[in-house]
Ligand binder design. Structure first.
Ligand SMILES: Nc1ncnc2c1ncn2[C@@H]1O[C@H](COP(=O)(O)OP(=O)(O)OP(=O)(O)O)[C@@H](O)[C@H]1O
Ligand SMILES: [Mg+2]
Length: 378
């Protein structure tokens, strides 16, 4: 070996990458110490043998071999491949190969440098995994923050509602006495006055007072603390009694009442007065939704799957436009003319049903109109 060749061999032997030079038939013409360690043979015995057989234990040139590509293209090649060793460990090799040309400019040999980059790759993979994990965490934190913000808003809103409730109830008590007095005087006046014109005006005053009283009653109900007085109730009887109170009113408005009660409906442990109030609120809404008459359907049924009793309340009235549907249970939301609705009816219903651990949901009724489903735990 010449001195310069010896220098070169020594230098290359200290490099950890596998370095080989092969001819176009994949015969090894040079290899460094790392490569002979890979083949587990002495350097001398490897010279002249096939690189794919000795280094990679293959019967033919490796798939996508960079060296082969150098002989085909005459250009340097590079690739990264994952493989598994005889003990089942995954490893990653970065492969470079470049040509050595003869005097005619043809590729005579290819220099291949194979570098084991398993550790680096695993580290990169781990880092990528950590990056993804971090991204997920950040998204979770952001989501939690949004939820917190929305909860804070709800809390603020609840506080506001609570103070409105307090204000409303004291205001309502203050107003109730003078309104009752005015209403009493109206009655007295209408007994004494004979003039039809004046009687009409007094009637208007009375009607307006009734509206005020309704608003006040709703406000009081809304702000009332939920002290339920629960007793065992036959739910069909409870609904029947409530409906009998409004039957006459429905008749006047040309509304036909259809009842369909499941005989099996068990008795429920509820606050009867409050459930009656829910039904009355729903009836009132149906009357308002049926200005030219129509039908109201009340059904009870047992839902065995959810162990609950369902009260289904339907009318074939004007229905609720989609854009209003998400607001109807919000306090003070009303589409009725000023003075007619307080917008508290359905929020009172929701409070009452929620306090009974139940649910009230709106559905679009097939064939137009509105359908409410109340479910109460059986
Ligand atoms: N059966 C129904 N058909 C059509 N729209 C309805 C029906 N029930 C409720 N709504 C709509 O939901 C809104 C809210 O109803 P809610 O009972 O809370 O208040 P309100 O009826 O307007 O006022 P109040 O109950 O104080 O008289 C109504 O203004 C109406 O637009
Ligand atoms: Mg109402």
């Amino acid at each position: 070996m010449e001195v310069s060749e010896k220098f070169l061999q020594t230098a290359l032997d200290y490099i950890h990458d596998y370095i080989n030079i092969v001819d176009k038939d994949y015969n090894i013409v040079f290899l460094n110490e790392a490569s002979s360690r890979l083949a587990r043979k002495k350097r001398q015995s490897l010279l002249g043998s096939k690189c794919y057989a000795e280094l990679w234990k293959e019967k033919s040139p490796c798939e996508n071999c960079v060296t082969g590509m150098v002989f085909v293209t005459g250009k340097p090649q590079q690739t990264i491949v994952w493989d598994t060793d005889s003990e089942g460990r995954r490893f990653c090799i970065e492969k470079f190969a470049f040509p050595i040309l003869n005097n005619d400019g043809k590729v005579e040999y290819a220099v291949e440098i194979f570098r084991d980059i398993t550790e680096r790759k695993l580290l990169e993979e781990e880092r990528e995994q950590q990056r993804l994990e971090l991204g997920k965490r950040i998204r979770e934190i952001r989501h939690a923050y949004e939820e917190l913000k929305s909860l804070q808003n709800q809390l603020l809103q609840a506080e506001k509602m609570a103070s409105i409730g307090l204000l409303a109830s004291s205001l309502a008590h203050e107003l109730d006495t003078p309104l009752t007095t005015i209403s009493g005087y109206c009655e007295l006046l209408s007994e004494e006055i004979k003039d039809d014109n004046l009687l009409g005006r007094i009637k208007t005053i009375s009607e307006q007072i009734s509206r005020c009283q309704k608003t006040i009653r709703n406000m009081l109900e809304f702000s009332r603390k939920s002290n339920l007085e629960k007793t065992q109730h036959n739910i069909r009887g409870l609904i029947n009694n409530t409906l009998s109170v409004v039957e006459h009113r429905l008749l006047i408005h040309k509304i036909k009442l259809h009842k369909n009660f499941d005989e099996q409906t068990p008795s429920l442990f509820v606050d009867g007065n409050q459930i009656q109030q829910v039904i009355l609120n729903l009836v009132n809404n149906s009357v308002d939704a049926l200005p030219h008459g129509g039908d109201v359907f009340v059904e009870t049924r047992v839902n065995k799957k959810t162990s609950s009793v369902e009260i289904i309340f339907e009318d074939n009235g004007i229905g609720i436009p989609v854009e209003n549907q998400k607001h109807i249970f919000t306090p003070f939301f009303t589409t009725k003319e000023t003075g007619k609705g307080t917008g508290l009816g359905l929020s009172i219903c929701k409070n009452i049903i929620t306090n009974h651990n139940g649910k009230i949901e709106l559905e679009n009724r097939v064939g137009g109109g509105t359908r409410f489903i109340i479910s109460l735990p059986a």
